[in-house]
Design a binder for this molecule. Sequence first.
Ligand code: AKG
Ligand code: FE2
Length: 362
Amino acid sequence: MGTMVQRVESLSLSGVSSIPKEYVRPKEELTNIGNVFEEEKKEEGPQVPTIDIKEINSSDEIVRKKCRLKLRKAAEEWGVMNLVNHGISDELLERLKKAGATFFELPVEEKEKYANDQSAGKIQGYGSKLANNASGQLEWEDYFFHLIFPEDKCDLSVWPKTPADYTEVTLEYAKELRTLASKIMEVLSLELGLEGGRLEQEVGGKEELLLQMKINYYPICPQPELALGVEAHTDISSLTFLLHNMVPGLQLFYEGKWITAKCVPGSILMHIGDTIEILSNGKYKSILHRGLVNKEKVRISWAVFCEPPKEKIILKPLPELVTETEPARFPPRTFAQHIHHKLFRKDEEKKDKVENGDDPKK
Ligand SMILES: O=C(O)CCC(=O)C(=O)O
Ligand SMILES: [Fe+2]
């Protein structure tokens, strides 16, 4: 195990009334962080679309086309949507959420037995963000991260042993999500005028596409207006599927404003990630999003990232989608290079701010 890492849960339970400075976001991020319960109630303005995919493979062509068109529009305009009638039973979703919540109910000392060791390259397990840049900026969350599909690549020895059904339930959810991911990628391909299997094949196909789960655990925060659970980012995945415990927190940056996602019972929230944005040459969007915290309720979310292999595939706009009027908007990069590029760009932005005398710590 590595050196002692500050767990946000311990900080929260200690009863501090003000948060350590590393958790205070720089001032340019703070303008729009309000009370998330009030934000969620607001009815005016644009809302994350809810897409019913029940008829996505209907034998009635008109019904099928209508359903697929809605999915495409949401992927083009928002890059994020609540999927309903997705085919995964409420019962399974509830069991999955119960399993993760039960694990997080263990005392921190118990969870520490599962601690990851990022410096040793062991990225699976229980973790919290480590300060990895000059500003030392941290996020108000702890998490549990591990590969969940394909099963033969999973290291079950690092998965939670409490509760006893954690592994069984999680493997079942992974299998069902993998099927759903295929279904979605098929429609996204067809709607680009490509063969149905194309996007899936481009991200690694049945063999190589990896599903990684991150359970985000956001403890109660004494100063939620100064912190973020997850800082603003776009997902690097091809697709991301997200569940949560019905506590609001997710915000999407849409048309220049932060929109708070409403909790839609039974839905699975889905993001188009950078990978599909790149392959589609920007037709489908990977939206900027972040997570707020609050002082009343613990929030938990389950994000599953469908990722291409790190080195094997060069991601670039598909040649069919590149024309003289629509030139390639992204240079060719492996997934690993894409990750590196994003980190580098972020560090450069921070450095710029320091050099211009705008201290990002403030
Ligand atoms: O907790 C959430 O709603 C968002 C989490 C997220 O964006 C992520 O884990 O990538
Ligand atoms: Fe995300």
